[in-house]
Write a protein that binds this ligand. Structure first.
Ligand code: PGA
Length: 251
């Protein structure tokens, strides 16, 4: 049995005060005995505030939304894995479609990030997903296969069980247009089969999150599918009540 994992991807939202208040309001709604891993990914400057607010809540993990693959150097505006681990991050989101589309991140770059996150002792949350154009052209399977293989090219297979993979169809992100649970399950089953072909039995331990307009109203149905092990939540993760409701739907 895979333990469900629900992550809040705040994207470019909130201030320190708002972040601290969110955690204060979330924790009583998500007790320590919750049967799911709960992750919060705030923007970089809010990591210390969220880490402080989570000091007595080891059952909720801190994550970053992005990282650079290099350990240090002349990379203005970038952040290293060591910095994130030092800030208390246990997970790092890599290869989000917004990074791929808006900031030109390639599979090869994402692959180096996955490896760097693993080397730093953190867990990657690797995002993959097709655009609407690709889906309508019948390319979903090819796109997912290429993204997954390319983004895992530098994987430390000994630590593959710690991987989390988020299937996020680009057309469902922030649009209110959620994938049907059947469509999402089909994509997740494909990803699981690819992982099995590459990694063998450990594929059964890797958690696959669905992301794209997950809300309290649709979470239960999506998470009821056999290969959907959690959710990566954007918009609905900004409010502690709706995020907690999604956590409980998963748990
Ligand atoms: P959304 O974002 O829940 O607002 O669609 C999900 C994501 O991009 O991770």
């Amino acid at each position: 049995m895979r333990r469900p994992i629900v992550a809040a991807n705040w994207k470019m939202h909130k201030t320190q005060d708002e972040a601290s208040r969110f955690v204060r309001e979330l924790l009583p709604r998500v007790g320590a005995e919750v049967a799911a891993d709960v992750v919060i990914a705030p923007p970089f400057p809010l990591l210390p505030a969220v880490a402080r607010a989570l000091a007595d809540a080891p059952h909720v993990s801190l994550a970053a939304q992005n990282v650079h693959s290099e350990a240090s150097g002349a990379f203005t505006g970038e952040v290293s894995c060591a910095m994130l681990a030092d800030a208390g991050c246990r997970y790092v989101i890599v290869g989000h479609s917004e990074r791929r589309a808006l900031f030109g991140e390639s599979d090869a770059f994402v692959a180096r990030k996955v490896a760097a996150v693993q080397r730093a002792g953190m867990r990657p949350i690797l995002c993959v997903g097709e655009t609407l154009e690709q889906r309508e052209a019948g390319q979903t399977e090819a796109v997912l296969t290429t993204q997954l293989a390319g983004s895992l090219a530098d994987l430390d297979e000994a630590r593959a069980a710690e991987l989390v993979i988020a299937y996020e169809p680009v057309w469902a992100i922030g649009t209110g247009r959620t994938a049907t649970s059947e469509l999402a399950q089909t994509a997740h089953a494909l990803l699981r089969a690819q992982l099995r072909a590459r990694l063998g039995a450990v594929a059964e331990a890797i958690r696959l999150q669905y992301g794209g307009s997950v809300r309290p109203e649709n979470a239960k149905t999506l998470l009821g599918e056999p290969d959907i092990d959690g959710a990566l939540v954007g918009g609905a993760s900004l409010d502690p009540e709706s995020f907690a409701a999604i956590v409980h739907a998963a748990a």
